[in-house]
Design a protein around this ligand. Structure first.
Ligand code: NAD
Length: 481
């Protein structure tokens, strides 16, 4: 039985969840404690108590602690990647990449502990200066989704701790194994009891406490848009004062392929962006917007390459596309594929659910490619969150840009072109937080800011130096000497 970590102690929950491997549903990964409301409250009490001691540790000690966490993640890369692949279904190369990123993030923020930014301004008042410093915000609730079960917790927990806050971490129900192992690694850094707490369990059972506890100062959330709205409403309505909140939500990311694109590069970007990690990425390129002149060549090249994306057990080294995470997500993907056909798009590849691969029962789905899609179709407007992409044919670059921007989302966007002028125009014109030229829409470096616009995000960016905007509060001081 894997326990919650509250106030520096491992504690059993009010109930137990059993976690299964989506590549082989007979394989039970473990039994995980589900926290009660009272335990979630105890976590906030501990986190609140720990604030003073954690602040007293000072930047060097905090840096050393985060560095040791990063080192252990990196040293255990193969083992953690295997767990991630087994629990979430991400193919091993993608899983290894995620573990590396989680380790690098802790290392980056270990450095940031020693680089807390401040500013000194001249004052309009004679003999005085204006000093701008940054302080911790307090107790932070960290709520994460299942699709990056190590990297997303890392990019919230590491900056929260680096800037002197304490944490109550609630992972997604589907991935307690990765959350538990991360908590175990953090527990070995011997932070003050309560500085970091893990409460696993159901959002129905403890969501109310996670969003409303009077001791929390901020909520950093990544997940679906629907849950994001609930987080925002709760943060604003919270008794005892509003909580600060940051939301990273869905995407419907376009990859534009222009007349002058290198088709080989465009196909590589599309295959990676649309299908790797089984398309279960908020940054997945689910809309492939291709100009008329190269459309047929691009589709033919995609069809030639798609059979090479082997679907199978995430831990089989030959697998490129692991299973969908669970039965509910698989049903959603299949529903959208059927909807796309009803809407009049043509399914030219894949989209078949497979009950068993190599004798292993799992939630397998072959990567699906639609052509003849139009921008207003629901499959081109709503996030599917599976290995499903739709090609939209457009006349020219101008129409491509308009179509790329025509969704409620604005997380990541890509363009494939060999023209510097077109690259510059799309970089300026795309309504997205991240723009990739001749590169997949997914992923940014661990030290670069991550986030979107429109319905995809709310609040300051995550990662890199920009994380300080959310995880610190600014103080403006004057001294009249
Ligand atoms: P989800 O919204 O169902 O759950 C996210 C987290 O919120 C989970 O930990 C869940 O337990 C918790 N939660 C749900 N209801 C809650 C409540 N009422 N109170 C407190 N906590 C609650 O999302 P998911 O299915 O886990 O993840 C998939 C979604 O995440 C997709 O929409 C995807 O685009 C998005 N995502 C966004 C980013 C990004 O950075 N923009 C990154 C990864 C995933």
């Amino acid at each position: 039985m894997y326990c919650n970590f509250i106030d520096g102690k491992w504690v059993e929950g009010q109930a137990v969840s059993t976690n299964i491997n989506p590549s082989d549903t007979r394989d039970i990964i473990g039994h995980f404690a589900r926290a009660s409301e009272a335990q979630a409250q105890a976590a906030f009490a501990a986190a609140s108590e720990a604030l003073a001691e954690w602040a007293a540790w000072g930047p060097q000690q905090r840096s050393d602690a985060l560095d040791s966490i990063g080192s252990e993640i990196l040293a255990r890369r193969d083992e953690l990647a295997d767990l991630l692949a087994r629990e979430e279904g991400k193919a091993l190369p993608d899983a290894r990449g995620e573990v590396l990123r989680a380790g690098q993030i802790f290392k980056f923020f270990a450095g940031e502990c020693l680089r807390l930014p401040g500013e000194l301004l001249a004052s309009t008042r004679p003999g005085m200066t204006v000093e701008i410093t940054r302080e911790p915000i307090g107790v932070v609730t960290v709520i994460t989704p299942w699709n990056f079960p190590l990297a997303i917790p890392a990019w919230k927990i590491a900056p929260a701790l680096a800037y002197g806050n304490t944490v109550v971490f609630k992972p997604a129900e589907l991935v307690p194994g990765c959350a538990w192992v991360l908590a175990e690694i953090i527990s070995r850094a011997r932070l003050p009891a309560g500085a970091f707490n893990l409460v696993m369990g159901s959002s129905r059972e403890i969501g109310n406490v996670l969003l409303n506890d009077p001791r929390l100062a901020a909520i950093s959330f990544t997940g679906s848009e629907g849950t994001g709205r609930k987080v925002a409403q709760a943060a604003v309505a919270r008794p005892g004062g509003m909580a600060r909140f940051q939301l990273e939500m869905g995407g419907k990311n376009p990859l534009v392929v222009l007349d002058d694109a290198d088709i080989e590069v465009a196909v590589a970007c599309a295959l990676d962006g649309a299908y790797h990690a089984t398309g279960q990425r908020c940054t997945a390129s689910s809309r492939l917007i291709v100009t008329d002149k190269v459309h047929d060549r691009f589709v033919a090249a995609m069809l030639a390459k798609l059979p090479g994306l082997q679907v199978g057990d995430a831990r089989n080294p030959a697998t490129r596309i692991g299973p969908v995470v669970d039965a509910a997500q698989l049903a959603q993907d299949v529903d959208y594929i059927q909807l796309g056909q009803r809407e009049g798009a043509e399914l030219v590849y894949g989209g078949q659910a497979i009950a068993e691969v190599e004798g292993k029962p799992g939630f397998y789905l072959t990567p699906a490619l639609f052509v003849g899609a139009s921008p207003a179709m629901r499959i081109c407007q709503e996030e599917i969150f599976g290995p499903v992409a739709a090609v939209i044919r457009v006349a020219d670059a101008e129409q491509a840009l308009a179509v790329a921007n025509a969704t409620p989302y604005g997380l990541s966007a890509g363009v494939c072109t060999t023209s510097l002028k077109q690259a510059a125009q799309f970089k300026r014109g795309l309504q997205a937080g991240m723009v990739m030229v001749n590169a997949p829409t997914a992923g940014v470096d661990p030290h670069a800011p991550f986030g979107g616009r429109k319905g995809s995000s709310y609040g300051p960016r995550e990662q890199g130096r920009y994380a300080a905007e959310f995880f610190t509060q600014v103080k403006t001081s004057y001294i009249n000497p």
